[in-house]
Design a protein around this ligand. Structure first.
Ligand SMILES: Nc1nc2c(c(=O)[nH]1)N[C@H]1C(S)=C(S)[C@@H](COP(=O)(O)O)O[C@H]1N2
Ligand SMILES: [Mo]
Length: 222
């Protein structure tokens, strides 16, 4: 198992503290933070946006390659959602703007048997999801956070936001979706973390075991 998963599994859960009005929105074993931790593997990428593209490929009638301008020309959606990281922080009422993934996928002929998606992102990151998890109202390809352009450290120019799953599924620096007939595990899913990752079911690890720490306190914030 990847040592991040092992470390998290060994650590003691925090004592949950929550304003009572938010308590029902806090998944088990999580704590609220006002700050916005920055977590990723590798270096923050630097792009030439003229060369940047987003690619929809795999089991699709015709592959689609979109420029940043193409994406910005699609209908734009704003959401306000809670987000939950497997390292135990949750953040309430975050606001994002971007293209709803469902609105984008309507423009594509996905093979009806392709029920799985691999999300491809830089630098060398991937995470897998069932297609249906990408079709929710609140699943965005986001370029704006809290009314401002998404910073590079938080995944700008474009990141996926899948608020109903642990945040490692929300790939930063996202570059494409690959439609697949068979599921395949992504980076963290191969390294000790749960394939499905629903916070309210506490699907943290791929094996039984107990619970994370507040290791995010050691990371950078803004
Ligand atoms: N491309 C990429 N996306 C990624 C990651 C990564 O390492 N690379 N880490 C994931 C993890 S584990 C988390 S918790 C969130 C963190 O997002 P944030 O830094 O904006 O809080 O990004 C996710 N998306
Ligand atoms: Mo994470």
């Amino acid at each position: 198992m990847h040592n991040k998963a092992e470390r998290l599994q060994r650590a003691k859960p925090p004592v949950a503290e929550s304003p009572p009005e938010l308590a029902h929105r806090l998944p088990p074993g999580q704590i609220w933070t006002e700050r916005f931790p920055i977590l990723h593997e590798g270096e923050v990428p630097n792009y030439d946006m003229a060369a940047w593209s987003f690619r929809l490929f795999g089991e699709v009638g015709e592959e689609l390659v979109l420029s940043y301008e193409d994406l910005m020309a699609l209908p734009q959606t704003e959401i306000q959602v809670d987000i939950h990281c497997v390292t135990r922080w949750s953040k309430a009422d975050t606001t994002w703007k971007g293209v709803r993934v469902r609105d984008l996928l309507e423009r594509l002929n996905v093979d009806p048997e392709a029920l799985h998606v691999m999300v491809h992102a830089d630098p060398d990151y991937e995470t897998n999801l069932p297609l249906r998890d990408l079709l929710g109202d609140q699943v965005l390809l986001a370029h704006t956070y809290d009314g401002r352009p998404l910073t590079a450290k938080h995944g700008g120019p474009l990141r996926l936001v899948v608020p109903h799953l642990y945040f490692w599924k929300s790939a930063k620096w996202v570059r494409g979706f690959e439609f697949m007939k068979r599921d395949r595990p992504g980076f963290w899913e191969r390294n000790g973390f749960h394939n499905v990752a629903e916070p309210f079911r506490e699907q943290r690890f791929s094996e039984d075991g107990h619970m994370p720490e507040d290791e995010w306190k050691n990371f950078e914030f803004d």
